[in-house]
Design a binder for this molecule. Structure first.
Ligand SMILES: C[S@@+](CC[C@H](N)C(=O)[O-])C[C@H]1O[C@@H](n2cnc3c(N)ncnc32)[C@H](O)[C@@H]1O
Length: 398
């Protein structure tokens, strides 16, 4: 090979070792042959099987032969100051969101294609769903938390009802005054279309979070939040049209990852991040929103949420048992030869590290999924309780 006439640039923000490792894996998966120069960022292409597909799918390349990649164009539709919160990704300040760029790269590395069926059994804020659909894959997601189901649905589905949510905006905003009560506004949401109601319910929950966490009154935040959300949904629609994307379908339900209502061998790829043992108390974290959504019995709910069940060291025993069941389910529904990507880290309990990563690797191996790659990743952010995590790639029957 003498070198390719094509030239690529990586995004400036691709700097961490794990990102460069993923960028190289992604290039391989998308059919590019390359060599690196003086730095790992200096990539000289030797050959590309399908330049158009690389431009369409890559997560880490910003331009090909001077032309912006699809992902670069998608990224520019961002109503926030946070680089990875483009389109509707920013809806609701959920702790522990995936980095969307990494998910897009993992979908490419796993080799899932348009029309394939991706599963995230711990959907959280719905990052996997939005990213899969942008690449044309259908996505099924489950989460025990109704708040996660709501935010995941609103992020992915509001594009279908842009006219309805826009038409309702002025009537909704007209109710906001200095005495505005978020709880009664949620109770009184009365719309024919469930998706429209969900959009406004999530806006109210974002306002509630601003009130509880930042002491900012809905009279000063809610209207701006709604307008920013509407702009983000318009962005989603505009970029879909501009890039002629055929979006995948989403199916998001409240459900338990220990018992998936899916057929054996029905899934083409899994991308997920389970609770990191007992590191985060998802119930306490989102208590205000769960109560506002009508979840009155938080103790009963707590008993369904992996990692927060039980007390003291019994929590860890239960976590390990629960995760064993979840891994069995992933192994059951995944097609043979296909991949599961699991992002997880070791938590610390009373000064001792809980080895969740090894536990999960053992569970997967017992279920016939071989670990084929383990990328170490730093967690970057001022407020993170954990500093590192792992991106584990498993293959069923591989
Ligand atoms: C690490 S978070 C996932 C974050 C997600 N990757 C994102 O981008 O937002 C783990 C999720 O597992 C959910 N969860 C806990 N127990 C569960 C269960 N039994 N079944 C399904 N989901 C559960 C929690 O509600 C939480 O949203």
């Amino acid at each position: 090979l003498t070198g390719s006439p094509h030239h690529i640039d990586l995004f400036d923000n691709v700097q961490f070792i794990y990102e460069l490792e993923l960028a190289h894996l992604e290039l391989n998966a998308l059919g590019a042959t390359f060599q690196t120069g003086e730095s790992l960022r200096d990539i000289q292409l030797l050959d590309i099987e399908d330049a158009a597909s690389l431009k369409k799918r890559s997560a880490y390349i910003s331009s090909l032969d001077g032309n912006l990649t699809n992902y670069n164009i998608i990224n520019q539709h961002n109503q926030t100051r946070s680089v990875n919160q483009y389109l509707t990704h920013w809806f609701y300040p959920y702790k522990g969101k995936f980095h969307p760029q990494m998910i897009r790269a993992c979908l490419n590395i796993m080799g899932v294609s348009e029309g394939d069926h991706v599963l995230d059994p711990f959907m959280g804020s719905g990052t996997t769903a939005l990213e899969s659909t942008l690449l044309g894959m259908n996505c099924t997601g489950f989460d025990m938390s109704p708040l996660c189901v709501l935010q995941s649905r609103v992020k992915s589905e509001s594009i279908e009802i842009l006219e309805e949510i826009t038409a309702y905006r002025n009537d909704f905003v007209a109710q906001i005054d200095t005495d505005f009560d978020i709880h009664s506004a949620i109770e009184n949401l009365d719309m024919d279309n469930e998706k429209t109601a969900n959009f406004y319910k999530l806006a109210l929950l974002i306002a509630l979070s601003d009130l509880i966490r930042r002491k900012r009154k809905p009279s000063s935040t809610l209207e701006k939040t709604i307008d920013k959300m509407l702009l983000s949904v318009s962005d989603h629609k505009a970029v879909t049209k501009h890039l002629d994307l055929s979006l995948g379908k989403v199916h998001i339900e409240q459900g338990d990852a220990r018992h998936l209502p899916l057929d054996d061998d029905s899934i083409d790829g899994v991308i997920t991040s389970p609770p990191y043992s007992i590191a985060l108390d998802y119930v306490s974290n989102d208590k205000h929103s769960l109560i506002a959504m009508g979840c009155d019995d938080l103790e009963a709910f707590r008993d369904q949420v992996i990692g927060v069940r039980g007390r003291g060291s019994d929590k860890i025993v239960r976590y390990n048992q629960d995760m064993q069941l979840c891994v069995e389910e992933i192994a059951r529904v995944l097609k043979s030869g296909k991949f599961a990507v699991v992002v997880v880290g070791n938590a610390v309990f009373q000064g001792t590290t809980i080895n969740t990563v090894d536990h999960l690797i053992t569970c997967f191996s017992h279920c016939g999924l071989r670990l084929i790659r383990n990328n170490h990743k730093i967690i970057f952010g001022l407020y993170n309780v954990m500093q590192k995590e792992n991106i584990l790639f498993f293959q069923k029957g591989g």
